[in-house]
Ligand binder design. Structure first.
Ligand code: HEM
Length: 424
């Protein structure tokens, strides 16, 4: 076997991990400047990790079959549960994708537009005028309520409980996912124990919803995700267990709300600093191009990984042995001048009238594990922005750009996307 790994820093694992923890993006940029478009690093969580910033090699990584490369052992599944998309592999993963793709695609998407507009108006009704406020708490509530509506399809006491519980749970969970050391339960104390308590509350709420679903005489007429999971059967006729359903619903709620909300906060941050763009946003196509450009310059998920599951896997110039974690550097492709001219300039015009090239523009990852909510999130961001700009004008600013701040998984504007608005 001829293993061939890219070069990389030789500093101790802890030092390298700290550098990534302090600024993932800056560290990746520094390593690319030194080692080129692929490098090998040492991570506390993931061990030896090969990082790719060459579009051809990233494409090969995404196109590898699940037998060759699949979800890494250490991933979000360890927080969301063994039934989560992030934990399941191979055939089970394919089956669940088939089941859960329709509610987030095609014709079904249009049905959510009214829900998104309603939730946006409900949230923005109390916005202050003429004074700065961070927009992110608002975008978080909007996207949480929208995903709750799409997943459960109804309102009720349980939804109010989830609305109160989930933001805290997701916030803590996404920190625990990247810092497994603090996950340990210290005799009922500490963040790990707190997460266990949240999870128990969450399971009790989901149990009640599943019970109600199972006794609902109109269950087969419902088309929310919960109803689909309760009715789904494995090949041997067995239903999904409560645990599996709860893990998968939590995955959709967690993955589907913070990412979309932080991207919307970046949209506000970028737009206030680009008044000429702001003026053209009543054009549907230009607004879509603008959100594509926001995701290019400020991808909220900066990396995504697979782990080699065969004896050796060749990706472009490299041959990786079994067990190697391989990572696509989303943020590095997005600011590569060979892929995007003047990459640091915020210019939605580059996407106007053209679809993004999905081998260079990869905010949703790629291959069989590409974000299942990509079309849903794209629609949601567009409708939220359209609704906000119908009701309000957004005041431009000459203030410096907000710095990126890591919330664990997603990277958000450090001041939460400060907005100043006036009602039209
Ligand atoms: C702007 C918003 C969003 C961004 C930037 C985003 C980004 C991503 C990325 C980068 C991945 C990993 C893909 C890969 O490894 O190839 C992913 C996976 C995933 N996303 Fe999203 N996402 C967003 C919104 C959503 C929404 C709204 C949902 C739910 C409706 C969702 C559900 C998921 C799920 C379930 C996975 C795991 C898919 C699998 O492993 O098969 N995401 N997302």
């Amino acid at each position: 076997m001829t293993v061939l790994l890219p070069d990389g820093p030789t500093s101790p694992r802890l030092v390298q991990s700290l550098s990534f923890a302090l600024s993932r993006r800056r560290t990746m940029e520094r390593l690319r400047a030194r080692y080129g478009s692929a490098f090998t690093v040492q991570s506390l969580n993931l061990g030896r990790m090969v990082m790719l910033a060459d579009p051809g090699e990233v494409r090969e990584m995404f196109q590898a079959s699940p037998d060759e490369a699949d979800t890494p052992d250490a991933n979000l599944g360890s927080v969301l549960g063994p039934g989560s998309f992030f934990a399941i592999k191979g055939d089970e993963h394919r089956r669940q994708r088939k089941l859960l793709t329709p509610p987030f695609h095609g014709r079904r998407l249009r049905a959510y537009e009214g829900l998104i507009e309603r939730e946006t108006r409900r949230e923005t009704a109390a916005w202050p005028q003429g004074t700065p406020f961070p927009v992110m708490p608002s975008t978080m509530r909007i996207t949480l309520n929208v995903i709750l509506g799409a997943v459960f399809g109804a309102e009720g006491a349980e939804l109010d409980e989830l609305r109160a519980l989930l933001p805290r749970m997701v916030r803590l969970g996404s920190i625990l996912a990247v810092l497994p050391v603090v996950r340990r339960d210290l005799g009922g104390y500490g963040p790990g124990a707190r997460f266990t308590r949240y999870r128990r509350q969450y399971d009790a709420i989901i149990d009640r919803l599943i019970d109600r679903g199972r006794t609902d005489p109109a269950l087969d007429e419902r088309d929310d995700v919960l109803a689909m999971l309760v009715q789904s059967r494995y090949d041997d006729g067995a239903p999904m267990s409560r645990g599996e359903i709860a893990d998968q619903l939590l995955t959709l709620l967690a993955a589907g709300h913070e990412t979309t909300a932080t991207t919307l906060a970046w949209a506000v941050e970028r737009l206030r600093r680009h008044p000429a763009v702001l003026e053209r946003l009543d054009d549907d196509e230009f607004r879509a191009a603008t959100l594509t450009e926001v995701q290019r310059v400020r991808p909220v998920v900066e990396i995504t990984s697979r782990q080699v599951r065969c004896d050796e896997l060749t990706l472009g110039r490299w041959t990786l042995p079994r067990g190697t974690v391989v990572t696509a550097c989303i943020a590095l492709l997005h600011d590569d001048p060979a892929l995007f001219e003047n990459p640091y300039v915020f210019d939605p015009g580059r996407f106007a009238g053209a679809r993004a090239d999905t081998s260079a523009w990869i905010p949703f990852g790629g291959g069989v594990r590409r974000c299942i909510g990509a079309a849903f999130a794209t629609l949601e961001m567009n409708v939220v922005l359209r609704t906000v700009l119908r009701d309000f004008t957004l005041e431009p600013t000459a203030e410096p750009s907000e710095r990126p701040h890591s919330r664990g998984i997603a990277v958000a504007p450090a001041k939460g996307g400060l907005a100043v608005v006036h009602r039209r």
